[in-house]
Design a protein around this ligand. Structure first.
Ligand SMILES: [Zn+2]
Length: 84
C-alpha cells in the first residue's frame, strides 16, 4: 500500500491483528523510504441491500426512508422522537 506521507509505492507490514470480533484486520505499516508508520484496515466489501418494491422495481435500501416512514406513522401520536 502506498505511503500517505511521501507517496512511496511500497510499505512493509509490521503488525497485523484481528479487530471487531474478526470482521476486520488492522495492519500497522512502515514506509521503507521515509520510515513513517500508518494503519490500514481490511474489511469485507459491503454488499448493497436491495428492496423489491410492490411493482417489482428494485432500489437500494435506504435507512433514511425507514425513519421517514416511522416519523410519518407516529406524526399525530403522543410519542417523542427518542421513543420512536
Ligand atoms: Zn513514505
Amino acid at each position: 500500500m502506498k505511503c500517505p506521507f511521501c507517496g512511496c509505492e511500497d510499505s512493509r507490514v509490521i503488525d497485523s491483528r484481528s479487530v471487531e470480533e474478526g470482521a476486520s484486520i488492522r495492519r500497522r505499516r512502515e514506509c521503507p523510504r521515509c520510515g513513517r508508520r500508518f494503519t490500514t484496515y481490511e474489511k469485507y466489501e459491503q454488499i448493497p441491500l436491495l428492496v423489491i418494491k410492490r411493482d417489482g422495481r428494485r432500489e437500494m435500501f435506504d435507512s433514511k426512508k425507514i425513519l421517514a416512514g416511522l416519523l410519518r406513522a407516529f406524526e399525530k401520536r403522543p410519542f417523542t422522537y427518542e421513543q420512536i
